[in-house]
Write a protein that binds this ligand. Structure first.
Ligand code: KIV
Ligand code: ZN
Length: 513
């Protein structure tokens, strides 16, 4: 048996069956190109007989792909198989994936009609005959035929073995053992694969493929158990998308095989550095967000936050990481600053931002950091810089915003009135502008009587929802000096005014305003 595991990607077929998703021909082609870059062995491009659009997508992918095998799905029905044959006609390497249900629930439910036989035994015999006919018909179009025994995870093993034997005799080159409903436990699924190897006498003529669903959160575990038991093709999707709770996530399976090569002793042809990009592309195309804690490709998969972890990670990455972020396409690990991040993590981040603080300054900053961190889930670099500005690099207020009124609308000229205290003396000015922020900045500049250039203006929501706190950062330049001013408020115009006034105070502190 080979020690290479073939990777069969079904993002474009089973993955696309996820509730509420639909991919057109162009989107499928874009994803298929990325899957080829990722190095998958087989791309299951769709189910051609399901719709003209899916037919066109499979056809286009089959025409273009050079490396991976392009596979098309069918039921054990002649019209489905003929449709696959036509869609794959131009494929350099085409595969038809055909099959039939094998569990009693499927047999009674889908083949309940008397035309398939009056008793379950008669139906079972009829279904084996249908499977054989389907594989033979598929072989008349392509040399590579994969047979799936749907709901194998709940099937009676003896019947499954009989079905697989017949399919292989009919010409199947790969036999797929789907745990269609995600019912199996890892030990059971592993035993099923082992049972197939021991009881299907012609199994040496076919590759065993594992196809696991995630209804109990066991898709990856079951897939790996199947591989350990001798399967040499793995089916799954990027990000684990698919029917109901989804399919096995290929990034998880492949990285488990790679990270635990000591345990599995197996390889794949996957360029794992392409995982992050593949994940983002699939997520964007299908509009399905990847959870932050998703293994391998989630935003937090290489993020450290608690003091103990950050400390250990900074001393030696391997203390808390079993994979390198670069190996799956992330630039680097990250330390997320939260209320649980200790002084060590804070000092490290400040140093990376270019601030070397004394112990006393660090203690002072840390206390303020804790107050901010208790209010927010995550403290960003911008927050740290703001804390430092307040705590360590605080300036005396020459200008203080006392009053702000603005008027704006779709058919009104934006107008602002501001009252500023300048060294304790009140001044009031009004101005119009190209938008309310511009009007406010013009009125403040009239009070300050300074030529100040606004070089940069950034706004971001600090909290969620329509009542979000907005934080404005401005970069101001005057007389060859530049400063950063900050302001926060639930009113973004007020936050903008505060940031501008803060910048003016900093310029004044440098003797430039
Ligand atoms: O889960 C399943 O049984 C399938 C087959 C159609 C291969 O997706
Ligand atoms: Zn499936």
């Amino acid at each position: 048996m080979t020690d290479r595991v073939a990777i069969f990607d079904t993002t474009l077929r089973d993955g696309e069956q996820a509730a509420g998703t639909r991919l057109g021909r162009r989107e499928k082609l874009t994803i298929a190109r990325q899957l080829a870059r990722l190095g998958v062995d087989v791309i299951e491009a769709g189910y051609p007989n399901s719709s003209p659009e899916d037919f066109a997508a499979v056809e286009a992918i089959a025409q273009e792909m050079d490396g991976p095998v392009v596979c098309a799905l069918s039921r054990a029905v002649a019209s489905d198989i003929e449709s696959c044959g036509r869609a794959l006609a131009q494929a350099k390497r085409g595969r038809i994936h055909t099959g039939i249900g094998v569990s009693e629930i499927h047999i009674r439910g889908k083949f309940g009609d008397d035309k398939y036989g009056k008793t379950v035994e008669e139906k079972k015999a009829r279904m084996i005959a249908m499977a054989v006919e389907a594989v033979k018909l598929a072989r008349s179009f392509v040399d590579d035929v994969e047979f799936y025994a749907e709901d194998a995870g709940r099937a009676e093993p003896a019947y499954l073995f009989e079905m697989l034997y017949a399919a292989i005799e009919a010409g199947a080159t790969v036999v797929n053992i789907p745990d269609t409903t995600g019912y199996a436990m890892p030990e059971q699924y592993g035993a099923l694969i082992r049972g197939i190897r021991e009881n299907v006498s012609n199994i040496g003529k076919a590759v065993i493929s594992v196809h696991c669903h995630n209804d109990l959160g066991l898709a990856t575990a079951n897939t790996l158990a199947g591989v350990k038991a001798g399967a040499r093709q793995v089916e799954g999707t990027i990000n684990g998308i698919g029917e109901r709770a989804g399919n096995a996530a290929l990034e998880e399976v492949v990285m488990a095989l790679r990270t635990r090569a000591d345990y599995f002793g197996l390889t794949t042809g996957i360029r794992t550095q392409e995982f992050s990009r593949s994940s983002r592309l699939v997520s964007d195309m299908l509009g399905m967000m990847v959870p932050g804690n998703k293994a391998i490709v989630g935003r937090n998969a290489f993020a450290h936050s608690s003091g103990i972890h950050v400390d250990g990670f900074l001393k030696n990455r391997e203390t808390y990481e079993i994979m390198r972020p670069e190996d799956v396409g992330f630039e680097q690990s990250s330390v997320v600053l939260t209320a649980r991040t200790g002084r060590h993590g804070l000092r490290d981040r400040l140093e990376k931002l270019g601030y070397a603080l004394s112990q006393e300054e660090l203690d002072q900053t840390y206390q303020r950091f804790l107050i901010v961190a208790d209010k927010k889930q995550e403290v960003f670099d911008e927050d740290l810089v703001a804390i430092l500005h307040d705590e360590i690099h605080a300036v005396e207020d020459v200008y203080r915003l006392d009053y702000l009124h603005f008027y704006s609308g779709t058919s009104a000229i934006p107008t602002a009135t501001v009252r500023l205290s300048v060294k304790g003396v009140m001044h009031e000015r009004a101005a119009t502008g190209d938008g309310p922020v511009d009007a406010v900045y013009k009125a403040i500049s009239m009070v300050a009587q300074r030529v100040v250039k606004l070089v940069k203006y950034d706004i971001r929501a600090v909290t969620g929802g329509t009542e979000a706190m907005g934080e404005v950062t401005v970069k101001l330049e005057s007389e060859g000096r530049s400063v950063t001013g900050r302001g926060a408020s639930t009113d973004v115009i007020e936050a903008s005014a505060k940031a501008y006034v803060d910048g003016l105070n900093r310029l004044a502190g440098l003797g430039a305003a």
